[in-house]
Write a protein that binds this ligand. Structure first.
Ligand SMILES: [Zn+2]
Length: 45
């Protein structure tokens, strides 16, 4: 299961992958991935 990047609402086009084991630990959906925009820009806002 994947979702769009939560950091930029999918603007970077990166998909984050759901980590089932982590989701069970946190009892919530846990996604792992990297934001291409956030990785490029050091400071936002
Ligand atoms: Zn992003």
């Amino acid at each position: 299961m994947t979702r769009i990047c939560p950091h930029c609402n999918g603007e970077c086009g990166s998909l984050w992958r759901r980590e089932v084991s982590m989701s069970n630990a946190y009892r919530e959906a846990f996604y792992s991935g990297s934001c291409r925009i956030k990785n490029k820009v050091k400071s936002i806002g």
